[in-house]
Design a protein around this ligand. Structure first.
Ligand code: CA
Length: 376
Protein backbone atom coordinates (compact mmCIF):
# COMPACT_ATOMS: atom_id res chain seq x y z
CA UNK A 1 0.00 0.00 0.00
CA UNK A 2 1.28 3.44 -0.95
CA UNK A 3 0.05 6.98 -0.35
CA UNK A 4 -1.22 8.35 -3.67
CA UNK A 5 -2.55 11.77 -2.66
CA UNK A 6 -2.82 14.18 0.27
CA UNK A 7 -5.68 16.69 0.16
CA UNK A 8 -6.41 19.55 2.53
CA UNK A 9 -9.88 20.95 3.18
CA UNK A 10 -9.75 24.38 4.79
CA UNK A 11 -13.13 24.84 6.44
CA UNK A 12 -14.73 27.90 8.00
CA UNK A 13 -18.09 28.68 9.58
CA UNK A 14 -19.39 31.98 10.93
CA UNK A 15 -20.63 32.03 14.52
CA UNK A 16 -24.11 33.21 15.43
CA UNK A 17 -22.50 35.28 18.19
CA UNK A 18 -18.78 36.16 18.36
CA UNK A 19 -16.98 35.36 21.62
CA UNK A 20 -13.67 36.27 23.15
CA UNK A 21 -11.15 35.20 25.77
CA UNK A 22 -8.12 36.82 27.44
CA UNK A 23 -5.91 37.07 24.36
CA UNK A 24 -8.17 36.52 21.35
CA UNK A 25 -11.63 36.36 19.85
CA UNK A 26 -13.63 34.29 17.39
CA UNK A 27 -16.25 35.45 14.91
CA UNK A 28 -15.87 32.20 12.96
CA UNK A 29 -14.44 28.75 13.58
CA UNK A 30 -12.24 26.95 11.10
CA UNK A 31 -9.80 24.13 10.66
CA UNK A 32 -7.48 22.44 8.20
CA UNK A 33 -8.85 18.93 7.61
CA UNK A 34 -6.40 16.47 6.06
CA UNK A 35 -7.38 13.60 3.76
CA UNK A 36 -4.69 11.03 2.96
CA UNK A 37 -5.59 8.72 0.06
CA UNK A 38 -3.90 5.40 -0.71
CA UNK A 39 -3.55 3.36 -3.91
CA UNK A 40 -5.78 0.65 -2.39
CA UNK A 41 -8.64 3.10 -1.93
CA UNK A 42 -8.25 3.37 1.86
CA UNK A 43 -8.63 6.97 3.04
CA UNK A 44 -7.60 8.48 6.38
CA UNK A 45 -8.70 11.75 8.01
CA UNK A 46 -6.70 14.12 10.16
CA UNK A 47 -6.92 17.67 11.48
CA UNK A 48 -4.48 20.48 12.22
CA UNK A 49 -5.04 22.83 15.17
CA UNK A 50 -4.31 26.52 14.65
CA UNK A 51 -4.33 28.72 11.55
CA UNK A 52 -5.77 26.60 8.76
CA UNK A 53 -4.34 28.16 5.59
CA UNK A 54 -0.71 28.14 6.81
CA UNK A 55 -1.14 24.50 7.89
CA UNK A 56 -2.47 23.61 4.43
CA UNK A 57 0.50 25.38 2.80
CA UNK A 58 2.87 23.46 5.04
CA UNK A 59 1.24 20.16 4.11
CA UNK A 60 1.80 21.06 0.47
CA UNK A 61 5.50 21.47 1.32
CA UNK A 62 5.62 18.05 3.02
CA UNK A 63 4.09 16.23 0.03
CA UNK A 64 7.40 15.06 -1.53
CA UNK A 65 8.07 13.00 1.64
CA UNK A 66 4.50 11.66 1.84
CA UNK A 67 3.40 10.74 -1.70
CA UNK A 68 4.55 7.20 -2.50
CA UNK A 69 5.36 6.33 1.13
CA UNK A 70 3.94 3.32 3.00
CA UNK A 71 1.12 4.80 5.14
CA UNK A 72 1.64 2.14 7.84
CA UNK A 73 5.18 3.43 8.47
CA UNK A 74 3.89 6.17 10.77
CA UNK A 75 7.09 6.74 12.77
CA UNK A 76 9.25 6.64 9.62
CA UNK A 77 7.08 9.28 7.93
CA UNK A 78 7.00 11.42 11.11
CA UNK A 79 10.78 11.41 11.30
CA UNK A 80 11.14 12.20 7.58
CA UNK A 81 8.74 15.17 7.85
CA UNK A 82 10.31 16.52 11.05
CA UNK A 83 13.82 16.17 9.64
CA UNK A 84 12.86 17.89 6.39
CA UNK A 85 12.06 21.18 8.17
CA UNK A 86 13.86 20.65 11.47
CA UNK A 87 16.12 23.68 11.10
CA UNK A 88 13.20 26.12 10.76
CA UNK A 89 10.20 24.12 11.94
CA UNK A 90 10.62 22.70 15.43
CA UNK A 91 7.46 24.34 16.81
CA UNK A 92 4.21 25.85 15.60
CA UNK A 93 2.53 25.45 12.22
CA UNK A 94 5.04 22.94 10.74
CA UNK A 95 4.28 20.57 13.64
CA UNK A 96 0.52 21.23 13.41
CA UNK A 97 0.79 20.14 9.76
CA UNK A 98 2.67 16.94 10.68
CA UNK A 99 -0.04 16.32 13.30
CA UNK A 100 -2.83 16.36 10.72
CA UNK A 101 -0.95 13.98 8.43
CA UNK A 102 -0.04 11.64 11.29
CA UNK A 103 -3.63 11.39 12.56
CA UNK A 104 -4.78 10.53 9.03
CA UNK A 105 -2.09 7.82 8.78
CA UNK A 106 -3.28 6.25 12.05
CA UNK A 107 -6.84 6.32 10.68
CA UNK A 108 -5.58 4.38 7.63
CA UNK A 109 -3.62 1.98 9.82
CA UNK A 110 -6.68 1.21 11.90
CA UNK A 111 -8.85 0.66 8.83
CA UNK A 112 -6.13 -1.58 7.32
CA UNK A 113 -5.96 -3.79 10.42
CA UNK A 114 -9.70 -3.41 11.15
CA UNK A 115 -8.95 -2.16 14.65
CA UNK A 116 -9.49 1.09 16.56
CA UNK A 117 -6.37 3.24 16.99
CA UNK A 118 -6.30 2.85 20.77
CA UNK A 119 -6.09 -0.93 20.32
CA UNK A 120 -3.13 -0.63 17.93
CA UNK A 121 -1.48 1.63 20.53
CA UNK A 122 -1.80 -1.06 23.20
CA UNK A 123 -5.14 -0.25 24.82
CA UNK A 124 -7.78 0.14 25.81
CA UNK A 125 -6.80 1.11 29.32
CA UNK A 126 -10.33 2.58 29.59
CA UNK A 127 -13.34 2.45 27.28
CA UNK A 128 -15.08 5.65 28.36
CA UNK A 129 -14.07 8.92 29.94
CA UNK A 130 -15.61 11.60 32.10
CA UNK A 131 -15.79 14.85 30.19
CA UNK A 132 -15.34 18.35 31.47
CA UNK A 133 -17.16 21.15 29.69
CA UNK A 134 -15.09 23.83 28.00
CA UNK A 135 -16.92 27.11 27.48
CA UNK A 136 -17.46 30.23 29.62
CA UNK A 137 -16.20 32.51 26.86
CA UNK A 138 -17.12 36.19 27.00
CA UNK A 139 -19.95 37.66 24.92
CA UNK A 140 -20.01 41.10 23.34
CA UNK A 141 -22.78 42.20 25.70
CA UNK A 142 -24.34 41.18 28.99
CA UNK A 143 -22.95 40.69 32.49
CA UNK A 144 -20.53 37.74 32.75
CA UNK A 145 -21.38 37.45 36.47
CA UNK A 146 -24.85 36.44 35.28
CA UNK A 147 -24.45 34.60 32.00
CA UNK A 148 -21.36 32.60 32.99
CA UNK A 149 -22.87 31.44 36.28
CA UNK A 150 -25.95 30.38 34.30
CA UNK A 151 -23.81 28.58 31.69
CA UNK A 152 -21.88 26.63 34.33
CA UNK A 153 -25.09 25.63 36.15
CA UNK A 154 -26.25 24.28 32.78
CA UNK A 155 -23.14 22.07 32.49
CA UNK A 156 -23.68 20.79 36.00
CA UNK A 157 -27.31 19.96 35.17
CA UNK A 158 -26.20 18.11 32.02
CA UNK A 159 -24.07 15.77 34.13
CA UNK A 160 -20.55 17.10 33.52
CA UNK A 161 -18.25 16.60 36.51
CA UNK A 162 -16.28 19.78 35.95
CA UNK A 163 -15.83 22.93 33.89
CA UNK A 164 -13.15 25.48 33.22
CA UNK A 165 -13.51 29.21 33.82
CA UNK A 166 -11.94 31.58 31.32
CA UNK A 167 -10.04 34.27 33.19
CA UNK A 168 -6.94 36.38 32.51
CA UNK A 169 -8.82 39.68 32.15
CA UNK A 170 -8.39 41.55 35.44
CA UNK A 171 -7.48 40.02 38.78
CA UNK A 172 -10.29 41.40 40.97
CA UNK A 173 -13.01 40.85 38.37
CA UNK A 174 -11.74 37.34 37.67
CA UNK A 175 -11.64 36.49 41.40
CA UNK A 176 -15.21 37.74 41.86
CA UNK A 177 -16.43 35.58 38.98
CA UNK A 178 -14.65 32.48 40.32
CA UNK A 179 -16.20 33.00 43.74
CA UNK A 180 -19.68 33.54 42.28
CA UNK A 181 -19.44 30.35 40.22
CA UNK A 182 -18.10 28.31 43.15
CA UNK A 183 -20.94 29.52 45.36
CA UNK A 184 -23.47 28.63 42.67
CA UNK A 185 -22.26 25.08 41.91
CA UNK A 186 -21.26 24.00 45.43
CA UNK A 187 -17.97 22.43 46.47
CA UNK A 188 -18.31 18.99 44.85
CA UNK A 189 -18.25 20.22 41.24
CA UNK A 190 -14.83 20.38 39.57
CA UNK A 191 -13.67 23.89 38.69
CA UNK A 192 -10.53 24.75 36.76
CA UNK A 193 -9.16 28.14 35.71
CA UNK A 194 -7.78 29.00 32.25
CA UNK A 195 -6.05 32.37 31.84
CA UNK A 196 -5.02 31.67 28.21
CA UNK A 197 -1.67 33.18 29.22
CA UNK A 198 -3.33 36.57 29.73
CA UNK A 199 -1.44 37.30 32.97
CA UNK A 200 2.19 37.76 33.86
CA UNK A 201 3.44 35.96 36.96
CA UNK A 202 2.72 38.95 39.24
CA UNK A 203 -0.99 39.01 38.41
CA UNK A 204 -1.22 35.21 38.24
CA UNK A 205 0.14 34.98 41.79
CA UNK A 206 -2.25 37.69 43.02
CA UNK A 207 -5.18 35.86 41.46
CA UNK A 208 -4.13 32.47 42.84
CA UNK A 209 -3.83 33.88 46.36
CA UNK A 210 -7.30 35.43 46.18
CA UNK A 211 -9.06 32.22 45.09
CA UNK A 212 -6.93 29.42 46.49
CA UNK A 213 -9.54 28.60 49.17
CA UNK A 214 -12.17 27.85 46.51
CA UNK A 215 -11.03 24.26 45.81
CA UNK A 216 -9.77 24.69 42.23
CA UNK A 217 -8.46 21.70 40.29
CA UNK A 218 -5.91 23.49 38.12
CA UNK A 219 -4.71 26.88 36.88
CA UNK A 220 -4.19 26.59 33.11
CA UNK A 221 -1.78 28.81 31.19
CA UNK A 222 -1.35 31.36 34.00
CA UNK A 223 1.54 32.94 32.04
CA UNK A 224 2.90 32.77 28.45
CA UNK A 225 4.00 29.28 27.36
CA UNK A 226 7.68 30.23 26.98
CA UNK A 227 7.83 31.55 30.55
CA UNK A 228 8.59 28.35 32.47
CA UNK A 229 10.22 30.42 35.24
CA UNK A 230 6.94 32.31 35.52
CA UNK A 231 5.05 29.01 35.85
CA UNK A 232 7.48 27.96 38.58
CA UNK A 233 6.98 31.23 40.45
CA UNK A 234 3.18 30.86 40.32
CA UNK A 235 3.43 27.21 41.32
CA UNK A 236 5.63 28.08 44.32
CA UNK A 237 3.04 30.62 45.49
CA UNK A 238 -0.05 28.40 45.57
CA UNK A 239 -1.40 24.91 46.18
CA UNK A 240 -3.46 25.12 42.95
CA UNK A 241 -1.82 22.75 40.42
CA UNK A 242 -0.43 24.25 37.19
CA UNK A 243 -1.74 23.13 33.77
CA UNK A 244 -0.47 23.88 30.28
CA UNK A 245 0.94 22.53 27.07
CA UNK A 246 -1.51 23.41 24.27
CA UNK A 247 1.20 25.73 22.84
CA UNK A 248 4.02 23.19 23.16
CA UNK A 249 5.25 20.81 20.49
CA UNK A 250 6.92 17.40 20.09
CA UNK A 251 8.79 15.18 22.51
CA UNK A 252 11.64 17.69 22.43
CA UNK A 253 9.53 20.63 23.60
CA UNK A 254 7.74 18.58 26.25
CA UNK A 255 11.09 17.19 27.45
CA UNK A 256 12.03 20.72 28.54
CA UNK A 257 8.64 21.32 30.17
CA UNK A 258 8.84 18.04 32.08
CA UNK A 259 12.44 18.62 33.14
CA UNK A 260 11.49 22.05 34.51
CA UNK A 261 8.82 20.61 36.82
CA UNK A 262 6.68 23.66 36.00
CA UNK A 263 3.47 21.87 34.99
CA UNK A 264 1.33 19.39 36.96
CA UNK A 265 -1.28 18.70 34.25
CA UNK A 266 0.25 18.38 30.79
CA UNK A 267 -2.11 19.33 27.94
CA UNK A 268 -0.67 18.46 24.52
CA UNK A 269 -3.08 18.96 21.62
CA UNK A 270 -2.97 15.92 19.33
CA UNK A 271 -3.72 18.14 16.31
CA UNK A 272 -0.78 20.43 17.17
CA UNK A 273 1.93 18.72 19.23
CA UNK A 274 2.82 16.14 16.57
CA UNK A 275 -0.20 13.89 16.11
CA UNK A 276 -1.02 10.56 17.72
CA UNK A 277 2.48 9.12 17.21
CA UNK A 278 4.12 11.97 19.09
CA UNK A 279 1.44 12.40 21.75
CA UNK A 280 1.74 8.72 22.69
CA UNK A 281 5.44 9.34 23.29
CA UNK A 282 4.68 12.54 25.26
CA UNK A 283 2.11 10.57 27.29
CA UNK A 284 4.73 7.97 28.23
CA UNK A 285 7.25 10.70 29.06
CA UNK A 286 4.69 12.37 31.35
CA UNK A 287 4.12 9.01 33.01
CA UNK A 288 7.86 8.64 33.60
CA UNK A 289 7.90 12.07 35.25
CA UNK A 290 4.80 11.33 37.35
CA UNK A 291 2.89 14.16 35.66
CA UNK A 292 -0.84 13.93 34.89
CA UNK A 293 -1.94 14.37 31.29
CA UNK A 294 -5.27 15.68 29.97
CA UNK A 295 -5.16 16.30 26.20
CA UNK A 296 -6.17 19.72 24.91
CA UNK A 297 -9.09 19.33 22.46
CA UNK A 298 -10.63 22.24 20.58
CA UNK A 299 -11.25 21.01 17.04
CA UNK A 300 -13.86 19.21 14.98
CA UNK A 301 -15.03 15.66 15.55
CA UNK A 302 -11.77 14.45 13.96
CA UNK A 303 -9.63 16.07 16.64
CA UNK A 304 -12.16 15.00 19.26
CA UNK A 305 -11.92 11.39 18.15
CA UNK A 306 -8.10 11.53 18.10
CA UNK A 307 -8.21 12.88 21.66
CA UNK A 308 -10.45 10.01 22.75
CA UNK A 309 -8.10 7.38 21.30
CA UNK A 310 -5.16 8.89 23.16
CA UNK A 311 -7.27 8.96 26.33
CA UNK A 312 -7.76 5.22 25.78
CA UNK A 313 -4.03 4.59 26.31
CA UNK A 314 -3.05 7.08 29.04
CA UNK A 315 -1.57 4.89 31.78
CA UNK A 316 -2.61 5.01 35.41
CA UNK A 317 0.12 6.63 37.40
CA UNK A 318 0.34 4.95 39.79
CA UNK A 319 -2.15 2.09 39.39
CA UNK A 320 -4.32 1.74 42.47
CA UNK A 321 -7.76 0.81 43.64
CA UNK A 322 -9.12 4.24 42.71
CA UNK A 323 -6.47 5.76 40.43
CA UNK A 324 -6.73 9.26 39.06
CA UNK A 325 -8.48 9.20 35.67
CA UNK A 326 -7.79 11.63 32.84
CA UNK A 327 -10.76 13.65 31.57
CA UNK A 328 -11.87 14.57 28.07
CA UNK A 329 -11.89 18.29 27.28
CA UNK A 330 -15.33 18.56 25.65
CA UNK A 331 -15.67 21.89 23.90
CA UNK A 332 -19.24 23.20 24.28
CA UNK A 333 -18.64 26.56 22.60
CA UNK A 334 -20.22 27.19 19.21
CA UNK A 335 -18.48 25.42 16.29
CA UNK A 336 -20.94 24.85 13.43
CA UNK A 337 -18.73 22.28 11.65
CA UNK A 338 -17.59 20.31 14.72
CA UNK A 339 -20.27 17.62 14.65
CA UNK A 340 -21.85 18.46 11.29
CA UNK A 341 -18.96 16.91 9.32
CA UNK A 342 -19.46 13.61 11.17
CA UNK A 343 -22.00 11.04 10.00
CA UNK A 344 -22.44 10.10 13.66
CA UNK A 345 -21.65 12.88 16.14
CA UNK A 346 -19.65 12.11 19.28
CA UNK A 347 -21.93 12.97 22.19
CA UNK A 348 -21.85 12.65 25.94
CA UNK A 349 -24.38 10.89 28.15
CA UNK A 350 -24.52 12.39 31.64
CA UNK A 351 -21.01 13.81 31.12
CA UNK A 352 -19.49 10.49 29.97
CA UNK A 353 -18.13 9.92 26.43
CA UNK A 354 -17.42 6.50 24.91
CA UNK A 355 -14.08 5.98 23.18
CA UNK A 356 -14.88 5.04 19.54
CA UNK A 357 -14.51 1.33 18.77
CA UNK A 358 -14.73 1.32 14.97
CA UNK A 359 -11.65 0.86 12.74
CA UNK A 360 -9.13 3.72 12.79
CA UNK A 361 -10.57 6.87 14.32
CA UNK A 362 -13.91 5.09 14.36
CA UNK A 363 -15.72 7.94 12.63
CA UNK A 364 -17.20 8.57 9.20
CA UNK A 365 -16.97 11.92 7.48
CA UNK A 366 -20.04 13.43 5.82
CA UNK A 367 -18.46 14.65 2.59
CA UNK A 368 -21.41 16.86 1.63
CA UNK A 369 -21.26 18.63 4.99
CA UNK A 370 -17.48 18.96 4.73
CA UNK A 371 -17.83 20.50 1.25
CA UNK A 372 -20.42 22.95 2.55
CA UNK A 373 -17.89 24.40 5.02
CA UNK A 374 -14.86 24.24 2.68
CA UNK A 375 -13.39 27.57 1.54
CA UNK A 376 -10.21 26.27 -0.20
CA1 CA B 1 -6.67 26.48 27.27
Amino acid sequence: MKISEVKTHVIEAALSEPFYWAIGEAAKRGSCIVEVITDTGLVGWGECFGPARPAAAMIEAYKPWVIGADPLATDKIWQDLYASFRDQGQKGVPICAISGIDIALWDIKGKHFNAPIHQLMGGPIRTEVDAYATGTYRKQSGDPMEYIVKEVLGYQAEGFIATKLKIGFEVNEDAALIEAVRNAVGHDFGLMLDANHGYDSIDAIRLAQKVEHLNLDWFEEPVPPEDLEGYLAVKASTSIPMAGGECEYTRFGFREVLKSGAIDYLQPDICAAGGLSECKKITDMANAFGVRLVPHVWGTGIGLSAGLHLLGVIPHNPPGRRPWEPMLEFDRSEHPARQAIMKTPIEHVDGVVQIPTGPGLGIEIDRDALASFTVT
